[in-house]
Design a protein around this ligand. Structure first.
Ligand SMILES: Nc1ncnc2c1ncn2[C@@H]1O[C@H](COP(=O)(O)OP(=O)(O)OP(=O)(O)O)[C@@H](O)[C@H]1O
Ligand SMILES: O=P(O)(O)OC[C@@]1(O)O[C@H](CO)[C@@H](O)[C@@H]1O
Length: 302
């Protein structure tokens, strides 16, 4: 079974304006509210690709209720902990000439709620996949992912981490099966700017030396690279298409990679499926479907 954990999920409020003018009243030409947060998106895309997962996380208030309802309506299994105080954040994604995002803070997660999550995760068994994705509310310590992972040691559970800075770094010594920084996040870890796939691969090697098993680096419209567990280097430019909504492209890539890996046990195929799902999401208003993913896959890797 695949489990995703989103400590700080959201409702994403996607709003399009003809022209976004800072400091003025802008009128929406289109808007949509959808379930969001990185692990939540991974679960949604896995579902679209035909792989069941259970989305776990923390939710609160009416926004939290809407989030969980939306996930259920889309056929996702959910197992959220409801917090008594606060509300699930609303993240604003403004689509004007450029994409601007304002991500909310999220509710405070109590020690009792953390304990409840740890108990839920005790059910994981050999062969399961645990995907930890996204930021954490700032009241939580930066080693919280590490604390989750430590409790899975010795169970042969494969761990995937999509996080930034220390939240990611602290997990490396536990050998996560997959990490997926984008090239900005990778650069930030080492205090450098990464501007091409070769540089991305050389810093991916450092993360592998620090413990990661497979390192997938996404570079938005510039493509992606993968350094796999055998030291093989995979590189691909991004598929061509019109960018419509890049929110969740990285999460779709994680879902695509895992789906591809489970279906083929082949890293090049997993890499391709990851790229295809990421780009299919970027080319569409909503998260990628299997049909859209396969279409991009076939066109790009003929
Ligand atoms: N403009 C684009 N054109 C084509 N493909 C894209 C574009 N943007 C994203 N993608 C696809 O999605 C993948 C992941 O994108 P990106 O590097 O933006 O992830 P991310 O920064 O983690 O995204 P997010 O945080 O929004 O989920 C890319 O490797 C690529 O396959
Ligand atoms: O604040 P975080 O947790 O880093 O990112 C949250 C978020 O931007 O990530 C998803 C896209 O990847 C969105 O659905 C969501 O709003």
């Amino acid at each position: 079974m695949i489990y995703t954990v989103t400590f700080n999920p959201a409702l994403d409020y996607i709003v399009r304006v003809e022209q976004f003018n800072v400091g003025e009243v802008n009128r929406a030409a289109y808007s949509e509210i959808m379930a969001g947060g990185k692990g939540v998106n991974v679960s949604l895309v896995l579902k679209n690709l035909g792989h069941e997962s259970t989305a776990l996380g923390f939710a609160a208030g009416f926004t939290g209720e809407k989030l969980v309802r939306d996930l259920k309506d889309k056929g996702c299994r959910t197992n959220f902990i409801f917090l008594e105080q606060g509300m699930t954040r609303i993240n604003v994604k403004i689509k004007g000439q450029e994409e601007t995002e304002i991500n909310g803070e999220g509710p405070e997660i109590t020690p009792m709620a953390i304990r409840a999550m740890m108990i839920k995760l005790e059910r994981l068994r050999e062969g399961d996949i645990l995907i930890l994705s996204g930021s954490i509310p700032k009241t939580l310590p930066e080693d919280i992912y590490e604390k989750v992972i430590v409790r899975q040691q010795g169970k042969n559970v494969r761990i995937v981490v999509d996080a930034t800075k220390n939240l990611l770094k602290e997990t490396l010594e536990y050998h996560p099966f997959l990490i997926k920084p984008n090239h900005h996040e990778l650069g930030e870890l080492f205090g450098v700017t990464i501007s091409n796939p070769e540089e991305a691969l050389s810093y991916a090697e450092k993360l592998q030396q620090m413990g990661a098993v497979n390192v997938l680096v996404s570079m938005a419209g510039e493509g992606a690279v993968l350094l796999d567990e055998y030291g093989n280097k995979h590189m691909s430019p991004a598929p061509e298409g019109r960018l419509v909504n890049s929110v969740g492209a990285g999460d779709s890539m994680v879902a695509g990679f895992i789906a591809g890996y489970l279906e083929t046990k082949d890293y090049e195929q997993a890499f391709r499926m990851g790229i295809a799902a990421g780009s299919a999401s970027a080319f569409s208003e909503f998260l990628a479907t299997r049909e859209e993913t396969m279409e991009v896959l076939e066109k790009t890797f003929k």
